[in-house]
Design a protein around this ligand. Structure first.
Ligand SMILES: [Zn+2]
Length: 180
């Protein structure tokens, strides 16, 4: 630590106290006797994301949020849902305490959560993030989703368009038959 007045790099600590998030030290330069203050704080460990092209990039929560927001655009999600989702993911990454993580793992974490929140947001996110080669792959993914769901409760009406047309037709026919 160089003295801000003369540049000398030797100083003595004349006072030291704990402050909220670290230690504050009052120092005196051994050369010019000027006094100055230094703070010592814990630096949170950085998390690096390994991208598909192998480049490494520091984890950026804003970027994660932007990606989720885009997928959830105009979807009927309660206020705060998206922020909470990003917070959850950040907390989980923190708790893992890793120095680096593949972007695919983070993407999977987002998808896993979106899947139970909103189908359309999930599909939108998946289509960007998974680089679906063509629309067939996307359709297959939707079909998987729909068949996962058929044994459970019927999806809300706002999500009906995700059911393939032929399924709707079969249901309509069944309905007509029961009415006769
Ligand atoms: Zn000095």
């Amino acid at each position: 630590m160089n003295c801000p007045f003369c540049g000398n790099n030797e100083s003595k600590v004349i006072d030291s106290r704990e402050v909220n998030d670290g230690i504050r030290r009052r120092r005196q330069c051994l050369n010019c006797s000027s006094r100055f203050t230094t703070y010592e704080r814990l630096q949170p460990a950085s998390l690096f994301v390994i991208k598909k092209d192998r480049r490494r990039e520091e984890f950026n929560k804003d970027k994660l949020l932007a990606g989720i927001r885009k997928a959830c655009e105009k979807r009927p999600l309660p206020t705060g849902t998206i922020d909470k989702l990003a917070d959850d993911i950040e907390a989980e990454l923190d708790s893992q305490g890793k120095a680096e993580i593949p972007s695919t793992i983070i993407g999977d974490m987002v998808m896993e959560r979106l899947k139970s929140l909103d189908y359309i947001a999930y599909i939108r996110f998946a289509s960007v993030y998974r680089d679906f080669a063509d629309i067939t792959a996307l359709k297959r993914e939707i079909d998987t989703l729909v068949s996962d769901e058929t044994d459970e409760i019927f999806p809300p009406t706002s999500q009906l368009p995700l059911i393939p047309a032929e399924d709707l037709e079969i249901k309509a026919k069944a309905h007509r038959r029961t009415r006769r």
